[in-house]
Design a protein. Structure first.
Length: 129
């Protein structure tokens, strides 16, 4: 691993928390089976199974980003009730994540700067080692 990446860790672990996501006051996701991602220098992220997200409220975009620790992410825009409530690229997923975080495959995560994310239950501790 290059020196610039030494000490950077990412771990994806199954969670049992109740995660509820709202955008503009509308519930867009509700899950009791998140995958919890711990990554050096970032807040804990909750990745939710697509079955627990109302995908009718989102539209895939052409946006893609690459993370050297997770892979290539695809993004979706919240459609809302029209242009006034539309939120660009608010949710992302890794369709083919790197093997070290395979548990997040196809799961969706939301930017907490746009979505209100409520988590009930204990936050799992970051894996050791």
């Amino acid at each position: 691993m290059p020196d610039s990446q030494r000490g950077h860790r990412v771990a994806a672990v199954p969670g049992s928390q109740h995660v509820r996501v709202e955008i503009a006051g509308r519930v867009v996701a509700d899950s009791h089976r998140p995958v919890v991602v711990h990554e050096t220098g970032l807040p804990v992220r909750y990745y939710l199974p697509p079955q627990d997200v109302d995908l009718t409220l989102f539209e895939a975009t052409d946006t893609h980003t690459t993370c050297p620790f997770k892979g290539i992410a695809s993004y979706w825009t919240y459609l809302g009730d029209g242009e006034a409530t539309r939120k660009q690229d608010v949710v992302w997923a890794y369709e083919e994540p790197l093997a070290s975080v395979a548990a997040i495959k196809g799961h969706l995560s939301f930017y907490d700067t746009v979505a209100d994310i409520t988590v009930e239950g204990p936050e799992p501790e970051a894996p050791q080692g």
